[in-house]
Design a protein around this ligand. Structure first.
Ligand SMILES: Cc1cc2nc3c(=O)[nH]c(=O)nc-3n(C[C@H](O)[C@H](O)[C@H](O)COP(=O)(O)OP(=O)(O)OC[C@H]3O[C@@H](n4cnc5c(N)ncnc54)[C@H](O)[C@@H]3O)c2cc1C
Ligand code: FES
Length: 256
């Protein structure tokens, strides 16, 4: 069980930031998620998974895109509300010490990469961060990203701010110019697939955070199954962080 510390904060069009304190939860690894039941007894009964955007001393932050009934109910909560939340769940990104990392986030998929970038910087890793959004009104917590990472690159699909086009194109250019020890990607499924393809010549491992549709979120329903050459993987327990080069992308259903 968790409690909402502040009222939901609107951070971009249709995006809110929630700050939660759990009664008893271990410190999360970047890339892990929490599973929230948005209504106690009525629809929607299923829990919703949300990446951990940031964490410090028992406080968890998540960014929620208001997309359907469950997320809109979260947006109606007020400070002090009890939240039926489980977590942290799933695995996390591999943290490196020192070296250089390329992080590429698309839309609400930037959420798990902020806490990751902060932890990498703390370990002396130089981070090149590419933030992609459809348009300027959908960019959230930009100042926090820009002041945390080593180099911040921005793209919007419509050119309303930063470079016009997909964030993966900035990723392509950075990979041509520099050598990275690890690449981290989160965003819509086609964007992650595209970035894995772009990075095919790079010797760096590519980790992606899968955000396909989840059912139970705890390994029981097989609703989140992804195919890999070595067999089926459940994204909720074997992930959400996976080796991007191992995923058979045609098998991935749904996603942001
Ligand atoms: C591991 C993981 C981490 C996630 N982290 C975040 C996060 O940090 N912030 C965040 O806002 N969301 C995140 N999501 C997605 C989030 O869980 C869904 O958006 C949410 O469950 C939708 O609930 P809802 O009741 O509002 O929408 P529903 O009423 O269930 O759906 C409303 C509409 O949105 C579509 N939809 C539902 N889920 C998704 C999805 N995942 N992608 C694209 N379309 C969808 C449905 O098809 C439907 O049309 C994450 C998902 C996973 C699996
Ligand atoms: S969501 Fe049920 S097994 Fe993964």
């Amino acid at each position: 069980m968790a409690r909402l510390i502040d009222n939901p904060l609107t951070v971009a069009k249709d995006h809110i930031l929630l700050r939660l304190r759990f009664d008893d939860a271990p410190a999360p690894s970047p890339g892990q998620f929490i599973n929230i039941r948005t209504a106690a007894f009525t629809d929607p009964l299923v829990r919703r998974p949300f990446s951990i955007f940031d964490y410090w001393e028992g406080t968890f932050e998540i960014v929620v895109r208001l997309i359907g009934r469950g997320t809109r109910l979260l947006g109606e909560m007020r400070a002090g509300a009890e939240v039926d939340a489980l977590g942290p769940l799933g695995n996390g990104f591999t943290l490196i010490e020192g070296g250089r990392a390329l992080l590429v986030g698309g839309g609400v998929g930037n959420a798990p990469l902020f806490y990751l970038a902060r932890e990498l910087e703390r370990r002396g890793t130089v981070t090149d961060y590419v933030y992609g959004a459809r348009s300027t009104d959908l960019i959230y917590q930009r100042e926090r990203f820009a002041s945390t990472v080593s180099r911040f690159h921005l793209s919007t699909d419509d050119g309303s701010e930063g470079r016009r086009g997909y964030c993966t194109e900035i990723g392509r250019e950075l990979l041509k110019r520099g050598v990275y020890d690890r690449i981290y990607v989160c965003g819509p499924t086609p964007m992650m697939e595209g970035m894995v393809r772009i990075a095919s010549e790079s010797p760096a491992p590519v980790e992606v955070s899968m955000e396909n549709y989840f059912g139970c979120g705890i390994g029981l329903c097989s609703g989140c199954t992804v195919e890999t050459p070595s067999g089926l993987r459940r994204a909720c327990v074997d992930g959400p962080v996976m080796d991007g080069r191992e995923i058979l992308w045609d098998s991935v259903s749904g996603g942001r």
